[in-house]
Design a protein around this ligand. Structure first.
Ligand code: ADP
Length: 503
């Protein structure tokens, strides 16, 4: 049985994984880059190892250093979180070879699903509907044009190795085909070192709906229902909710069964997500599978009542799933919003810097998965997401009201955040009605621009008041040294045995 887990990640997801480890009585090991020395995941872990300089290529992506850290600290398993090495089959293989349990699926499943063309072929063979398009990489422009004319414009040109919206081009006009293909190819080459691209029909009015999957090593696979992720900016999710406001029970059951079939096609075990693109008539098509925990997993945890990280660990331990499909149900409604250190009113410019003050939202039905604290400096090297705010309520309307309340209570000074922008999303009539697709953000610009409303002004005022309060306290600290201990470093070291280890 796993006794000590090294978390090969940083930020909120590293902390989130360690929380479940702590509940299970499993020790955790943090790895960190030189700029992350003061990061919360390092402080939270029982043990911590510095693995190199700030750039991810020299730290969080260094498989050799991470495995060495696991050996030196006696970790018997590695949890990769999301991003970084989470979908790297070579890393999973290296762990296996070194006798360390990789908390994730088999390298075979990662490989098959990681290449979108191979995944499409596998899904077709498994009888899961895929978006109409090619099943081979495009080699020459002439064939590409013939195929596109057959499918009909608009189409998407997509990188087989794609992820994070990179290497993807929408083509609406015939004259743009050549430049879209060469653009997608060069972007894919630069981002993934692989320029294979393929063609997919563009689904108009698309909804992004994904299914959470959980499988064990005994062939049991269940789905934990859907997540609606259609509020996207540049093909990146901004808000997620479950249940999907457009879903019917009949389609849910069909999609769920297809999601299980998709996972079964690669003998999947562990947690994974089958993403579908869905049109207005609820026709759905397999888009891709993410063979890891998703950023938005907490909404499923709340509505289905399952700790996905604990389940991942149980599966890695070889235990069978403790529940069957018929034991699972959705209760109430959950929404997640991603909070970024960026300025939504200045073209979403990243806003790294020192957190001067932070007050996290609390109260009934609110979960906050974050990692920044007062005095923490957000490094510029990594993804600017600082936290996720998740709310749950009996109904969707109540969940929206609760999210508004939580966003109102969430105060951060020192950096700009996307909080005001998220507030505006909750005021958009189409969002309130649950009638939106992936065009939501571009179609609702008039609501999403900075508003000169009394609510926004009062939020600004509250932030200023908090900051003034902070400065006043700081000044009093300089004259009253005793209060310094009370107000100073809030973090406790949980009696951790820190390895005096430096690479
Ligand atoms: P990535 O792996 O880069 O995130 P995905 O294949 O998951 O790429 O697609 C990301 C988003 O792009 C989807 O959620 C959807 O909004 C849009 N998209 C992708 N393929 C299509 C398509 N065929 N038709 C319409 N929209 C699409």
């Amino acid at each position: 049985m796993i006794k000590k887990v090294l978390v090969a990640n940083r930020g909120e997801i590293a902390v989130r994984v360690m929380r479940s480890c702590r509940e299970l009585g499993i020790e955790s090991v943090a790895v960190y880059s030189e700029v992350d020395r003061k990061s919360m995941h390092v402080r939270y872990a029982d043990d911590a190892v510095c693995i190199g300089p700030a750039p991810s290529s020299e730290s969080y992506l260094r498989k050799d250093k991470i495995i060495e850290a696991a050996k030196l600290t006696g970790a018997d398993a590695i949890h990769p979180g999301y991003g970084f090495l989470s979908e790297n089959a070579d890393f999973a293989r290296m762990c296996e070879k070194e006798g360390i349990i990789f908390i994730g699926p088999s390298p075979y499943a990662i490989d098959t699903m990681g290449d979108k063309i191979t995944a499409r072929k596998t899904m077709i063979a498994a009888g899961v509907p895929v978006v109409p398009g090619t099943t081979e990489p495009i080699h020459d422009i002439k064939t590409a044009i013939d195929v596109i004319m057959k499918i009909g414009l608009p189409v998407m040109i997509k990188a087989s190795a794609g992820g994070g919206g990179k290497g993807m081009r929408l083509v609406k006009n015939e004259e743009d085909i050549i430049s879209a293909i060469s653009g997608a190819k060069s972007e894919a080459k630069a981002a993934f070192g692989d320029d294979a691209v393929y063609i997919e029909k563009y689904i108009s009015s698309p909804h992004h709906i994904e299914f959470q999957i959980l499988g064990d090593k005994h062939g049991n696979i269940v789905h934990l229902f859907e997540r609606e992720c259609s509020v996207q900016r540049r093909h990146q999710k901004v808000v997620e909710e479950t249940p999907s406001p457009i879903m019917t029970q009949e389609v849910r059951m069909k999609m769920g069964a297809d999601a299980v079939a998709a996972a079964r096609a690669v003998n999947y075990y562990g947690a994974g997500t089958i993403e579908f693109i869905v049109d207005d008539n609820l026709n759905y098509y397999f888009l891709e599978m993410n063979t890891r925990l998703q950023v938005e997993h907490p909404i499923t945890e709340r509505v289905v009542g399952v700790d996905l990280v604990k389940q991942q660990i149980n599966v890695a331990n070889g235990l069978p799933l403790a529940f069957k499909q018929e034991d699972l149900k959705q209760t109430g409604h959950a929404i997640e919003m991603r909070i970024y250190a960026e300025d939504p009113d200045n073209n979403f410019m990243p806003s790294p810097g020192v957190i001067k003050h932070i007050r996290e939202p609390l109260g009934l039905g609110v979960r906050h998965d974050g990692y920044v604290y007062k005095g923490y400096e957000i490094p510029m090297y990594y993804d600017p997401m600082i936290s996720k705010l998740i709310v749950w309520a009996e109904t969707r309307d109540e969940a929206i009201a609760r999210m508004k309340r939580a966003l109102f209570a969430y105060k951060i000074t020192g950096i700009k955040t996307s909080i005001p922008y998220l507030h505006r999303i909750l005021e958009v009539p189409d969002f309130i009605k649950g009638r939106y697709n992936t065009h939501f953000i571009e179609e609702n610009q008039q609501y999403l621009k900075k508003q000169n409303t009394s609510t926004e002004r009062s939020i600004d005022m509250a932030a200023i008041a908090a900051f003034v309060d902070y400065i006043t306290k700081l000044e009093s600290l300089q004259t009253e040294p005793n209060t310094k201990q009370q107000l100073g470093n809030n973090w406790k070291d949980f009696g951790r045995k820190r390895s005096a280890l430096r690479f």
